[in-house]
Ligand binder design. Structure first.
Ligand code: R5P
Length: 294
Protein backbone atom coordinates (compact mmCIF):
# COMPACT_ATOMS: atom_id res chain seq x y z
CA UNK A 1 0.00 0.00 0.00
CA UNK A 2 1.32 3.48 -0.92
CA UNK A 3 2.10 5.55 2.17
CA UNK A 4 0.71 9.05 2.58
CA UNK A 5 3.04 12.06 2.41
CA UNK A 6 4.52 13.46 5.60
CA UNK A 7 3.85 17.16 6.21
CA UNK A 8 6.51 19.23 7.95
CA UNK A 9 5.80 22.79 9.00
CA UNK A 10 8.44 25.48 9.17
CA UNK A 11 8.11 29.12 10.23
CA UNK A 12 4.61 30.55 10.75
CA UNK A 13 2.82 27.76 8.95
CA UNK A 14 1.74 25.55 11.87
CA UNK A 15 -1.95 26.41 11.63
CA UNK A 16 -2.12 25.95 7.87
CA UNK A 17 -0.18 22.66 8.12
CA UNK A 18 -2.51 21.36 10.86
CA UNK A 19 -5.54 22.25 8.77
CA UNK A 20 -4.09 20.44 5.72
CA UNK A 21 -3.18 17.36 7.76
CA UNK A 22 -6.62 17.17 9.40
CA UNK A 23 -8.47 17.53 6.08
CA UNK A 24 -6.32 15.07 4.09
CA UNK A 25 -5.18 12.33 6.45
CA UNK A 26 -1.57 13.09 5.51
CA UNK A 27 0.91 12.30 8.30
CA UNK A 28 2.29 15.07 10.44
CA UNK A 29 6.08 15.14 10.78
CA UNK A 30 8.17 16.61 13.54
CA UNK A 31 11.07 18.92 12.81
CA UNK A 32 13.03 21.05 15.24
CA UNK A 33 15.22 24.02 14.45
CA UNK A 34 17.84 24.94 16.97
CA UNK A 35 19.81 28.17 16.81
CA UNK A 36 23.20 28.10 18.50
CA UNK A 37 24.39 31.18 20.41
CA UNK A 38 26.37 32.25 17.34
CA UNK A 39 23.12 32.06 15.29
CA UNK A 40 24.16 29.01 13.28
CA UNK A 41 21.34 26.52 12.86
CA UNK A 42 20.82 22.78 13.08
CA UNK A 43 17.66 21.00 11.93
CA UNK A 44 16.54 17.78 13.64
CA UNK A 45 14.01 15.52 11.94
CA UNK A 46 12.16 13.46 14.52
CA UNK A 47 10.12 11.35 12.09
CA UNK A 48 11.09 8.33 10.00
CA UNK A 49 11.26 9.65 6.45
CA UNK A 50 12.94 6.76 4.62
CA UNK A 51 11.37 6.38 1.18
CA UNK A 52 8.60 8.84 2.01
CA UNK A 53 7.18 11.75 0.05
CA UNK A 54 7.64 14.97 1.97
CA UNK A 55 5.62 18.17 1.95
CA UNK A 56 7.47 21.08 3.55
CA UNK A 57 5.17 24.03 4.26
CA UNK A 58 6.83 27.33 5.06
CA UNK A 59 5.78 30.96 5.60
CA UNK A 60 8.54 32.71 3.68
CA UNK A 61 8.23 36.34 4.72
CA UNK A 62 11.59 37.58 6.02
CA UNK A 63 13.23 35.18 3.53
CA UNK A 64 16.85 36.03 4.29
CA UNK A 65 16.65 34.60 7.79
CA UNK A 66 14.64 31.56 6.70
CA UNK A 67 16.20 30.44 3.42
CA UNK A 68 19.29 28.78 4.90
CA UNK A 69 17.42 26.77 7.58
CA UNK A 70 14.91 25.80 4.86
CA UNK A 71 17.69 24.42 2.68
CA UNK A 72 19.22 22.65 5.68
CA UNK A 73 15.83 21.06 6.37
CA UNK A 74 15.60 19.79 2.78
CA UNK A 75 19.14 18.45 2.81
CA UNK A 76 18.67 16.80 6.22
CA UNK A 77 15.45 15.12 5.02
CA UNK A 78 17.25 13.91 1.91
CA UNK A 79 20.20 12.57 3.94
CA UNK A 80 17.74 10.58 6.06
CA UNK A 81 16.27 8.88 3.00
CA UNK A 82 13.28 11.06 2.03
CA UNK A 83 12.09 10.44 -1.53
CA UNK A 84 10.46 13.52 -3.07
CA UNK A 85 10.41 16.85 -1.32
CA UNK A 86 7.69 19.31 -2.30
CA UNK A 87 8.08 22.87 -1.09
CA UNK A 88 4.79 24.57 -0.31
CA UNK A 89 5.57 28.27 -0.05
CA UNK A 90 2.10 29.89 -0.15
CA UNK A 91 3.92 33.23 -0.33
CA UNK A 92 6.88 33.09 -2.70
CA UNK A 93 9.39 35.82 -1.92
CA UNK A 94 11.95 37.42 -4.22
CA UNK A 95 9.59 37.81 -7.15
CA UNK A 96 9.53 41.59 -7.41
CA UNK A 97 13.15 42.19 -8.46
CA UNK A 98 12.34 40.67 -11.85
CA UNK A 99 14.46 43.10 -13.84
CA UNK A 100 17.49 45.33 -13.46
CA UNK A 101 16.11 48.64 -12.22
CA UNK A 102 19.42 50.39 -11.57
CA UNK A 103 22.85 49.96 -13.10
CA UNK A 104 24.87 47.53 -11.02
CA UNK A 105 21.94 45.47 -9.76
CA UNK A 106 21.16 41.85 -10.46
CA UNK A 107 17.87 40.01 -10.91
CA UNK A 108 17.38 38.41 -7.51
CA UNK A 109 14.20 36.59 -8.51
CA UNK A 110 16.39 34.49 -10.83
CA UNK A 111 19.00 33.80 -8.16
CA UNK A 112 16.40 32.76 -5.59
CA UNK A 113 14.66 30.52 -8.14
CA UNK A 114 17.97 28.86 -9.00
CA UNK A 115 18.70 28.24 -5.32
CA UNK A 116 15.30 26.73 -4.48
CA UNK A 117 15.31 24.61 -7.65
CA UNK A 118 18.53 22.93 -6.49
CA UNK A 119 17.08 21.59 -3.25
CA UNK A 120 13.42 20.76 -3.91
CA UNK A 121 11.65 18.44 -6.34
CA UNK A 122 8.52 20.51 -6.76
CA UNK A 123 7.14 23.91 -5.76
CA UNK A 124 3.55 24.86 -4.97
CA UNK A 125 2.66 28.49 -4.38
CA UNK A 126 -0.22 30.95 -4.43
CA UNK A 127 -0.38 34.06 -6.59
CA UNK A 128 3.35 34.68 -6.99
CA UNK A 129 4.16 38.20 -8.21
CA UNK A 130 4.36 37.35 -11.91
CA UNK A 131 4.90 40.61 -13.71
CA UNK A 132 7.82 40.81 -16.12
CA UNK A 133 8.41 37.10 -15.55
CA UNK A 134 5.37 35.54 -17.18
CA UNK A 135 5.53 32.01 -15.76
CA UNK A 136 7.36 30.45 -12.82
CA UNK A 137 8.75 27.85 -15.21
CA UNK A 138 10.73 30.65 -16.87
CA UNK A 139 12.93 30.91 -13.78
CA UNK A 140 12.28 27.74 -11.67
CA UNK A 141 13.69 24.56 -13.19
CA UNK A 142 11.59 22.24 -10.99
CA UNK A 143 7.93 21.34 -11.64
CA UNK A 144 5.67 23.94 -10.11
CA UNK A 145 2.01 24.61 -9.49
CA UNK A 146 0.70 28.17 -9.29
CA UNK A 147 -2.60 28.47 -7.43
CA UNK A 148 -4.86 31.47 -7.15
CA UNK A 149 -6.71 32.94 -4.21
CA UNK A 150 -9.13 34.87 -6.45
CA UNK A 151 -12.06 32.51 -5.97
CA UNK A 152 -11.73 32.45 -2.16
CA UNK A 153 -11.34 36.24 -2.06
CA UNK A 154 -14.38 36.73 -4.31
CA UNK A 155 -16.46 34.44 -2.10
CA UNK A 156 -15.40 36.42 0.98
CA UNK A 157 -16.41 39.68 -0.69
CA UNK A 158 -19.76 38.26 -1.80
CA UNK A 159 -20.48 37.03 1.72
CA UNK A 160 -19.39 40.12 3.65
CA UNK A 161 -19.74 43.26 1.49
CA UNK A 162 -22.75 44.81 -0.14
CA UNK A 163 -22.15 47.00 -3.21
CA UNK A 164 -18.36 46.64 -3.42
CA UNK A 165 -16.20 48.41 -5.97
CA UNK A 166 -12.73 46.92 -6.33
CA UNK A 167 -9.72 49.20 -6.71
CA UNK A 168 -6.32 47.95 -7.84
CA UNK A 169 -3.62 50.44 -6.83
CA UNK A 170 -1.44 49.86 -9.90
CA UNK A 171 -1.40 48.29 -13.34
CA UNK A 172 0.30 45.18 -11.95
CA UNK A 173 -2.71 44.52 -9.76
CA UNK A 174 -5.02 44.29 -12.78
CA UNK A 175 -4.57 40.51 -13.05
CA UNK A 176 -5.83 39.99 -9.47
CA UNK A 177 -8.48 42.71 -9.42
CA UNK A 178 -10.03 41.72 -12.72
CA UNK A 179 -10.25 38.02 -11.80
CA UNK A 180 -11.73 38.71 -8.37
CA UNK A 181 -14.19 41.34 -9.64
CA UNK A 182 -15.45 38.99 -12.34
CA UNK A 183 -16.00 36.18 -9.81
CA UNK A 184 -17.60 38.55 -7.28
CA UNK A 185 -19.70 40.18 -9.99
CA UNK A 186 -18.46 43.63 -8.93
CA UNK A 187 -17.17 46.69 -10.81
CA UNK A 188 -13.46 47.50 -10.68
CA UNK A 189 -10.91 50.11 -11.59
CA UNK A 190 -7.11 50.29 -11.44
CA UNK A 191 -4.84 53.23 -10.71
CA UNK A 192 -1.37 54.24 -11.85
CA UNK A 193 1.44 54.06 -9.34
CA UNK A 194 4.73 55.91 -9.25
CA UNK A 195 7.27 54.45 -6.84
CA UNK A 196 10.18 56.79 -6.11
CA UNK A 197 11.74 54.48 -3.53
CA UNK A 198 10.75 51.77 -1.00
CA UNK A 199 8.33 54.02 0.85
CA UNK A 200 7.76 57.07 -1.35
CA UNK A 201 4.78 56.05 -3.45
CA UNK A 202 2.06 58.00 -5.19
CA UNK A 203 -1.00 56.66 -6.97
CA UNK A 204 -3.41 58.38 -9.34
CA UNK A 205 -6.73 59.64 -8.06
CA UNK A 206 -9.42 56.95 -8.16
CA UNK A 207 -12.44 58.05 -10.21
CA UNK A 208 -15.26 56.64 -8.11
CA UNK A 209 -17.82 59.32 -9.00
CA UNK A 210 -19.92 56.75 -10.85
CA UNK A 211 -19.93 54.37 -7.86
CA UNK A 212 -22.17 56.21 -5.35
CA UNK A 213 -23.09 54.20 -2.27
CA UNK A 214 -20.44 51.54 -2.86
CA UNK A 215 -17.79 50.22 -0.50
CA UNK A 216 -14.28 50.62 -1.92
CA UNK A 217 -12.18 47.48 -1.64
CA UNK A 218 -8.48 47.91 -2.31
CA UNK A 219 -7.02 44.69 -3.68
CA UNK A 220 -3.33 43.88 -4.10
CA UNK A 221 -1.22 40.73 -4.10
CA UNK A 222 1.24 41.92 -1.44
CA UNK A 223 0.93 44.39 1.42
CA UNK A 224 4.49 45.11 2.51
CA UNK A 225 5.14 48.63 3.80
CA UNK A 226 1.46 49.36 3.16
CA UNK A 227 2.43 52.62 1.41
CA UNK A 228 0.68 51.65 -1.83
CA UNK A 229 -2.61 51.16 -0.03
CA UNK A 230 -1.98 54.14 2.24
CA UNK A 231 -1.67 56.49 -0.77
CA UNK A 232 -5.00 55.17 -2.10
CA UNK A 233 -6.71 55.48 1.30
CA UNK A 234 -5.62 59.13 1.51
CA UNK A 235 -7.16 59.88 -1.91
CA UNK A 236 -10.39 58.17 -0.90
CA UNK A 237 -10.49 60.19 2.32
CA UNK A 238 -10.22 63.42 0.31
CA UNK A 239 -13.08 62.19 -1.89
CA UNK A 240 -15.19 61.62 1.27
CA UNK A 241 -15.75 58.02 0.28
CA UNK A 242 -16.84 55.23 2.65
CA UNK A 243 -13.73 53.99 4.51
CA UNK A 244 -12.18 51.28 2.35
CA UNK A 245 -11.49 47.64 3.09
CA UNK A 246 -7.97 46.51 2.20
CA UNK A 247 -7.52 42.98 0.90
CA UNK A 248 -4.08 41.50 0.32
CA UNK A 249 -3.32 37.96 -0.77
CA UNK A 250 -0.06 38.06 1.19
CA UNK A 251 0.08 40.23 4.32
CA UNK A 252 3.75 40.87 5.05
CA UNK A 253 3.13 44.09 7.02
CA UNK A 254 6.72 45.32 7.25
CA UNK A 255 7.35 47.43 10.35
CA UNK A 256 4.05 49.02 11.44
CA UNK A 257 2.20 48.72 8.14
CA UNK A 258 -0.88 47.08 9.65
CA UNK A 259 -1.32 49.71 12.38
CA UNK A 260 -0.55 52.52 9.92
CA UNK A 261 -3.27 51.39 7.52
CA UNK A 262 -5.85 51.22 10.29
CA UNK A 263 -4.77 54.62 11.61
CA UNK A 264 -5.09 56.07 8.09
CA UNK A 265 -8.72 55.04 7.95
CA UNK A 266 -8.96 51.51 6.56
CA UNK A 267 -12.28 50.09 7.71
CA UNK A 268 -10.79 46.59 7.86
CA UNK A 269 -7.70 44.77 6.59
CA UNK A 270 -8.20 41.25 5.34
CA UNK A 271 -5.59 38.77 4.13
CA UNK A 272 -5.35 35.15 3.04
CA UNK A 273 -3.64 32.72 5.40
CA UNK A 274 -0.57 32.38 3.16
CA UNK A 275 1.34 34.07 5.99
CA UNK A 276 0.03 33.74 9.51
CA UNK A 277 -1.33 37.10 10.76
CA UNK A 278 -4.32 38.35 12.81
CA UNK A 279 -5.77 39.79 9.58
CA UNK A 280 -6.13 36.29 8.06
CA UNK A 281 -9.80 35.82 7.18
CA UNK A 282 -9.60 33.99 3.88
CA UNK A 283 -8.58 30.35 4.02
CA UNK A 284 -6.63 29.01 1.03
CA UNK A 285 -6.08 25.48 2.37
CA UNK A 286 -8.68 24.00 -0.03
CA UNK A 287 -6.68 25.23 -3.04
CA UNK A 288 -3.48 23.74 -1.60
CA UNK A 289 -5.14 20.41 -0.80
CA UNK A 290 -6.48 20.07 -4.35
CA UNK A 291 -2.95 20.60 -5.68
CA UNK A 292 -1.35 18.28 -3.13
CA UNK A 293 -3.81 15.47 -3.81
CA UNK A 294 -3.59 15.73 -7.60
C1 R5P B 1 4.10 45.57 -6.27
O1 R5P B 1 4.23 45.67 -7.42
C2 R5P B 1 3.05 44.77 -5.56
O2 R5P B 1 2.03 44.34 -6.39
C3 R5P B 1 2.50 45.56 -4.41
O3 R5P B 1 1.76 46.66 -4.92
C4 R5P B 1 3.58 46.06 -3.52
O4 R5P B 1 4.45 45.04 -3.18
C5 R5P B 1 3.03 46.70 -2.26
O5 R5P B 1 4.10 47.17 -1.51
P1 R5P B 1 3.94 48.21 -0.33
O6 R5P B 1 2.92 47.63 0.62
O7 R5P B 1 5.31 48.28 0.26
O8 R5P B 1 3.50 49.49 -0.91
Amino acid sequence: MKSVPIVFSLYNSAELSRSIVSKTGFESGKLLIHSFPDMETVVTIQSDVIGRDIILIVGLDDPNSKALPLIFAAETLRSLGAKNITLVAPYLPYMRQDAIFEIGQGITSHYFAKLISQYFDKLITIDPHLHRTHALADIYSIPNIVLHASNSIAQWIKLHIQNPVLIGPDSESLQWVEAIATLADAPYTTLNKIRKNDTDISVSLPDISQYHGTVPILVDDIISTGMTMLATINHLKNLHSTPPICIGVHGIFAQHAYENLLAAGAQRIVTCNTLSHPSNAIDISAELITALES
